[in-house]
Design a protein around this ligand. Structure first.
Ligand code: RET
Length: 270
């Protein structure tokens, strides 16, 4: 059971959590439009990253929408507080969403890093195996988050081993991307990707530990705020940053769709 169910909430606490869920869903809807609208400015070899951001945005939008519905179905106003009633709130939905988003986010990294052939297949397999093993072992552990017994700590530790493997392969990939980047500016952007990746992904295990760090109402509100912060950073900001890098790489390789389209249009009209 998620520790959210242990507490009663003031109107403000309840609304802040619900508001952040809906805000996060709205950000995902906006970035979905952005990534589809800008896909045409990216050369075909990198363009899949835009559509994969679209996949992540749709799945995360659905997840946050469901979490918002679940939150409102789990607590009822009793005249002075929101008290647990009806459904049980569950963070397990998040883990199901990560099962889609984690492999997709890592695939985007390989595409924009320009990794191809056998290296692509090897790293993709490592990412998918490490990512899913990390999520599903953590999923088993989180069922025990309220009592914080052996199930919580042992599965959390196993999950962390897979996370460290995943981080190592991500670091290798970004190192290779920097080595082959054609300009200093693009190299710098890849450094930002690494910083964003490391910080935003590492927030998730902190959120996992939250019931042990602070089993309080404030701890619940804080956990859901930091989950949303991490979600926006690791999915939306990351997707935009990769699209910007892909645009710059495309331009560097002489891909100028808008200029060509404009020239064709002028040719036709004169
Ligand atoms: C768990 C369990 C405890 C140990 C560790 C974890 C790591 C989770 C991570 C999740 C990343 C999710 C992302 C989702 C984006 O859609 C499973 C909480 C290390 C790193 C990036």
């Amino acid at each position: 059971m998620s520790f959210e169910n242990l507490f009663d909430y003031s109107a403000a606490q309840y609304e802040v959590v619900l508001g952040v869920f809906t805000l996060t869903a709205a950000v995902f809807a906006a970035v979905l439009v952005y990534s589809l609208a800008t896909a045409g400015s990216i050369a075909p070899r990198y363009r899949l990253t835009s559509y994969l951001t679209g996949v992540v945005m749709v799945s995360a939008f659905i997840e946050l929408g469901l979490l918002a519905l679940r939150w409102s179905g789990s607590f009822s106003w009793d005249g002075s507080r929101y008290v647990q009633m009806g459904d049980l709130f569950s963070n397990g939905f998040r883990y199901m969403n990560w099962s889609i988003d984690v492999p997709v986010l890592l695939t985007q990294l390989l595409i924009v890093a320009g990794i191809t052939g056998l290296a692509f297949r090897r790293r993709w397999a490592a990412f998918v195996i490490a990512g899913l093993a990390m999520i599903w072992t953590g999923y088993v552990g989180q069922f025990d988050e309220v009592s914080g017994g052996a199930q919580f700590w042992v599965w959390g530790a196993i999950s962390t081993v897979f996370y460290l493997w995943l981080l190592y392969v991500a670091w290798q990939t970004i190192r290779d991307a920097k080595a082959s980047a054609p300009t200093e500016g693009i190299r710098r952007l890849f450094s930002y990707v690494w910083g964003l990746f490391l910080v935003s992904w590492t927030i998730y295990p902190v959120a996992y530990l939250m019931p042990q760090i602070s089993a309080t109402v404030e701890g619940v509100v804080a956990r859901n705020l930091i989950y949303s912060f991490a979600d926006i950073a690791s999915k939306a900001v990351y997707g935009i940053l990769l699209a910007v890098i892909a645009q710059k790489l495309s331009a560097h390789r002489g891909y100028q769709p808008s200029v060509e389209a404009e020239a064709a249009f002028i040719d036709e009209t004169v």
